[in-house]
Design a protein around this ligand. Structure first.
Ligand SMILES: C[S@@+](CC[C@H](N)C(=O)[O-])C[C@H]1O[C@@H](n2cnc3c(N)ncnc32)[C@H](O)[C@@H]1O
Length: 239
């Protein structure tokens, strides 16, 4: 029986374009015994898995289902089950990787997995491998500088509509809003109130065939946006 516990790697695979995965991420993915990816219980799809498969072909990637819900109890139940499955691999002395879109430290399901694994087995070695975030890739795609000089920058979630934005924009020259898809109209109304519509852009489904950069946010009012959408707001200069 092996006594060493395997290492759990959290690997950021970038936001969509398979070329935006790091050399280190690929090296580790080629070395581990098992690769896991979170997938929605709704459609079973994982973009992180698709990115990995572009590089590793038939190497199996095991999906870890979790519901898209804010119900903390239900989420905890799923992540505990997922943690148990990862621990089956680690307890054999084998290393496992969990792949996640963008960066594993930024609004990532990897955080939930590690928390659940450590609750059961606090000694498990964890290594986080950074990835290119969605907003860094969006800034590059649209040639938008995120900060300059003495400016500050805030990353916020749009899951509560424009509420966070109204607060944060007071103290920051640059704001990026992730998770905008469900609440875009409310975010748009807030931007309008703050006279910032013309200082904002929306980037959707970056790295995928239908990727879009929208400069006129008015054209999106009332439309259903893809889940993979973010807004960059620059209070001073947009370029
Ligand atoms: C749960 S967060 C994951 C963030 C990710 N870990 C990162 O480092 O960017 C999901 C949100 O990230 C943004 N996002 C991720 N990938 C994207 C893409 N390819 N195009 C546009 N937005 C993306 C969207 O705002 C989406 O709602």
């Amino acid at each position: 029986m092996k006594t060493r516990c395997g290492t759990l790697y959290g690997i950021g695979v970038g936001p969509g374009d398979p070329d935006l995965i790091t050399v280190k991420a690929l090296r580790i993915l080629k070395s581990v015994s098992a690769i896991f990816a979170a997938s929605s219980t709704k459609n079973g799809y994982s973009l992180a898995e698709t990115i990995v498969k572009k590089h590793l072909g038939y190497t199996p990637v095991e999906r870890m289902p979790f519901p898209m819900t804010r119900d903390k109890e239900l989420l905890a139940k799923h992540w505990e089950a997922n943690a148990g499955r990862v621990l089956e691999v680690l307890n054999e002395g084998d290393d496992a990787a969990f792949v996640t879109l963008g960066d594993p430290s930024t609004y990532s399901t990897f955080t939930y997995l590690v928390r659940s694994v450590r609750r059961i087995a606090p000694h498990v070695p964890v290594v986080t491998v950074p990835g290119i975030t969605s907003y860094h890739a969006a800034a590059a795609l649209s040639n938008t500088p995120l900060t300059e000089g003495e400016e500050s920058f805030h990353l916020i979630s749009g899951a509560n509509g424009g509420r966070n934005l109204r607060k944060i924009i007071e103290s920051s020259e640059n704001v990026v809003v992730l998770k905008t898809y469900k609440y875009f109209d409310d975010i748009f109304d807030t931007l309008e109130d703050l006279d910032l519509v013309d200082r904002s852009i929306l980037v959707s489904r970056m790295g995928l065939e239908d990727e879009t950069v929208v400069e006129d946010l008015r054209s999106l009012k009332g439309k259903t946006l893809p889940y993979l959408s973010l807004v960059i707001i620059k209070k001073r200069n947009r370029t």
